[in-house]
Design a protein around this ligand. Structure first.
Ligand code: NAP
Length: 362
């Protein structure tokens, strides 16, 4: 792809920076970010715009909520808009954090939809991130776009451990006593938070009226590349803690970040594809296989296993959730393979070999 105008909202993160490097060499890339200090300066004066070497990447400030001409103007005549905005889900699911995770995705998607609605020449394609975690916790079958199971109920997805179950029950008793059994705050406990986020996010995305813009929601599996989840997993392996997590049977769906870049480029050409799309390599592995590979690439023959109850304690201590490790995310990229997309890294071994050995990056 060459000489295209590409806007990446939330492009300062793990995936966005890879995309900027990938597309920045031969295209005009604009990143929408909340991090710049002076809106006017950063939008309109090149001296204040961060450039990465000779790549044509510029940064424009937005607040990911409100329409302001400095950033809405960047959508005018764009070939491709990619929205990666969202507070990281790697946090404890307190009410405050849950609100941030949800709002950051909904408001940014809404703002982009409204901005496109005001464009004279709207973007040709809008790709919005979603997540493979939208599918039910599944140990028995993989989920494709047509037949995949989505259940909003917590009982179909959780608990992932005994301690998790106790935590849930205590919360329920507390809310029943404080608010009453029929109060929405008590009822909300029955719903799975991650599914709610993904469903609301996709709903917001498809609800906006953008008739001249083709829209695709990427139900992305975990992206593997320099950084990201491989860093903590490699640390665990190096410390001798790279054994199975939980019972090791849960599936890990993943995609090499270069394939993710390739898929986004390929989608811009594939006029007939819109709607939801699973973005994962065709070969999901079990956690047992994942950890075996992680040990192999970190030159460790043995790793202590981490049973679910230990993970619960560890997750509480470091401020995250065991769901990120224990939920069985099993997706297959049916629409991609049916439409002829060729993965450069179809197996986990292929992917990790490239990431760990190419430049000794991890
Ligand atoms: N990485 C994966 O494997 C994976 C898998 C499935 C789905 N996803 C989804 O894909 C998207 C991109 O992933 P990523 O790993 O690149 O994420 P990331 O590194 O966390 O980057 C997300 C970007 O969103 C912006 N952001 C963060 N908190 C925000 C808030 N409260 N309000 C508004 N903007 C906020 C930040 O940009 P500024 O600070 O510059 O504004 C940040 O650079 C995310 O929505 C993620 O949920 C990722």
């Amino acid at each position: 792809m060459k000489n295209k105008k590409i806007v990446i909202a939330g492009g300062t993160g793990f995936i966005g920076q890879s995309l900027a490097r990938y597309f920045g060499k031969e295209n005009q890339v604009t990143i929408l970010s909340r991090q710049l200090n002076n809106q006017q300066t950063n939008s309109y004066h090149s001296a204040a715009i961060k450039n990465e070497s000779d790549d044509s990447i510029r940064y424009v400030k937005w607040d990911a909520v409100n329409l302001e001409t400095n950033w809405t103007d960047t959508l005018e005549g764009a070939d491709l808009l990619i929205n990666l905005t969202g507070q990281s889900v790697n946090c404890r699911y307190t009410e405050k954090n849950k609100k941030r995770v949800l709002d950051s995705r909904i408001y940014s998607t809404r703002a982009l939809g409204e901005a496109i609605g005001k464009c004279k020449n709207p973007p040709l394609v809008w790709i919005n991130s979603s997540s493979a975690t939208i599918y039910q916790h599944s140990l028995s079958k993989p989920n494709d776009e047509e037949t995949g199971t989505i259940s909003k109920w917590k009982k179909d997805n959780m608990p992932y451990s005994f301690l998790d179950k106790i935590r849930f029950m205590l919360k329920k008793i507390y809310r029943q006593l404080k608010y009453g059994a029929d109060n929405p705050k008590t009822k909300d406990l029955e719903f799975d938070f991650s599914i709610k986020v993904c469903e609301s996010w996709e709903k917001e995305f498809f609800a906006s009226k953008t008739p001249s813009t083709r829209k695709i929601a990427l139900r992305m599996a975990i992206a593997l590349g320099e950084g990201g989840v491989l860093v903590p997993l490699s640390r665990l392996a190096k410390w001798g803690l790279g054994g199975i997590q939980g019972n090791g049977k849960q599936r890990f769906s993943w995609v090499h970040i270069d394939d993710l870049m390739g898929i986004i480029e390929w989608l811009t050409e594939k006029q007939e594809i819109e709607g939801v799309l699973n973005v994962s390599a065709p070969n999901a592995v079990t956690n047992t296989e994942l950890m075996q590979q992680i040990r192999k690439y970190n030159n460790r023959s043995f790793g202590l296993p981490a049973p679910a109850f230990l993970l619960e304690i560890g997750a509480a201590l470091i401020g995250t959730e065991t769901e990120l490790i224990l939920k069985s995310r099993w997706v297959i990229p049916k629409r991609l393979t049916d439409n002829g997309f060729n993965f450069r890294y179809p197996t986990l071994d292929d992917a990790l070999n490239e990431i760990f050995n190419k430049e000794n990056r991890i």
